[in-house]
Design a protein. Structure first.
Length: 236
């Protein structure tokens, strides 16, 4: 496997916008299709969504997918056909295993815009019983560094995923804070807010991403003024 590092800038992403949704897609999604940009490792979807107040994604189906939702600002109301319901807010990790089939809705019931990232990874076993899990990890994030948000590799993570080849790391990095990006066959780094300086890649800003293949551990430093919130997938 050849070592590669590819920078994808925020303004290069696919874009969907209508009266209620402003969404940027890191990979092919919906009507946007590029055969050369379908996935990175096991990560198929990484959507950067902003939803206006009083609107959202009404009830719709999913199947055979591990779906992780991470709110950056505002609140998102979740309801599903398993009877789960609640408010997803910043620092609350949420996973939905679609398995044999599940219906859900994601609505903004507040008076302010909600901004969140939704990510999909392939499960290692199809046709499993659908499931749901959530956990508040604000206290862990406040300690600094990278925290395992979702893992199928046995980490003591906030939520488990039905994919033993994938881990999602997250960090709210203080200005100037430095971390080491985990090594993996495939690593996807998304700059959710602020900016960073990544070894061998230079400065990255909000909405930018990096795709690494067998890139080895890399040093990442948060911007000295803004700090940064980062989401990093490490997959087989």
């Amino acid at each position: 496997m050849n070592n590669t590092m590819e920078i994808r800038r925020a303004n290069e992403r696919f874009h969907t916008q209508n009266f209620w949704l402003n969404s940027f897609h890191n990979f092919s999604f919906g009507n946007h299709y590029d055969p050369g940009n379908i996935q990175h490792g096991l990560l198929l979807v990484s959507n950067d969504d902003r939803v206006r107040p009083g609107t959202g994604f009404r009830t719709h189906p999913h199947q055979d997918m591990e779906i992780v939702t991470w709110v950056l600002s505002g609140e998102l109301e979740h309801k599903d056909s398993l009877g789960n319901g609640g408010i997803i807010y910043p620092g609350l990790a949420q996973r939905m295993s679609a398995g044999t089939g599940i219906l859900h809705s994601e609505m903004n019931a507040t008076n302010e815009e909600v901004h969140f990232v939704q990510m999909w990874v392939l499960p290692d076993t199809e046709r499993i019983t659908p499931g749901y899990q959530q956990m508040d990890i604000n206290s862990e994030l406040d300690k600094g560094g990278l925290i395992p948000i979702a893992s199928g590799k046995g980490h003591d993570a906030a939520i488990s995923i039905r994919q033993k080849g994938a881990v999602l790391w997250g960090g709210r990095l203080k200005p100037g804070e430095t971390v080491t990006v985990p090594d993996g066959k495939f690593v996807h780094i998304f700059i959710a807010s602020g900016g960073v300086l990544l070894e061998n890649a230079g400065p990255l800003n909000e909405g930018d991403s990096i795709r690494m293949v067998a890139g080895g551990p890399q040093t990442l430093k948060a911007n000295n003024t803004s700090g940064s919130e980062v989401l990093i997938w490490q997959t087989d």
